[in-house]
Design a protein. Sequence first.
Length: 324
Amino acid sequence: MKRFLSILAIVMLTFSCQETEEKNEETISPEAEAFLNEFLQLVENDFYSSFSFNYTWKKSQIDQAISELTKDARKIEDTYIALDKVFEMIGDDKSYVINSRGEIVAGDKNAFDCISVQKQTPALPNNIAYLDIPTSQLSPEDIALAIQEQIRGRELEATDAWIIDLRSLTGGNLEGMLAGLGPLLGDGVLGAFFYDDSKKEDWEYKNGGSFIGGVRKVTVPNALEVLSPLPKVAVLIDGSTCREGEQIFAAILSRPNTRTFGNATAGRAFLEDQRSLAEGHKLHFVKAMLMNRESNLTTFPNLHPDGNSSVTVNFDDVFEWLGI
């Protein structure tokens, strides 16, 4: 009898342990839950207002959805599907999360698709100056100097008009590029970042330097002045114009005596910010929209050329507008 009771006790204990294990497997782990809560806190507080508003408005539905998706999440990796669901439910297709290896694990899987392409540029007459913006990892000051050296060299050749090529401009430093291009862009406000609390942070070129939010950023020693006041400028863009390339394009928009040609930009026409998450993860999100020099919000998230878009720049149209 004692042996039977012992066997019965062992059987009951085994079933009890199995039941406890099954119950634990259906409960999100503290590690995964802490990561998910940290992510949701950032979405609620740091995102551009429209996305944060969507989160607050749909919070109960979001909570229910992610509860189902993470009920047995044991590791942080098990929550990625829930992060994707949050982005989907708040209508945000531009934010994303990367892991410690720099891989996109949730959100916009195309965020790194800013790819330079080989540009086709025909021979130009001597009175038309071609300006290619450097994309290398130069310092802001060196970017500004490199651009102005290009301008200075062409100014000596009796230039009547300019072509500024922003194709394949996938990054760089906005402050340095503004300081370098300033002589062609003109003095004063060139654009702005527009934040979710209606704060506007102007970009300016004045006194030979760039200013962001009224703070001087990059100054070019002995900054030049173009010989022809407000020359004609044709701007070339396409799907490889990305991130800071799109910001520079926003600064050129609404410049007098200017026309743009090509195709829509890559679709990163906004200011991106990031926050750190657990285990080396980073959340990248839309922090501010772009404004042109007339304080109009640019088209989000792509910027478009004047007139009809084409897959590649139609140089016949460019030359016709320049009067060639």
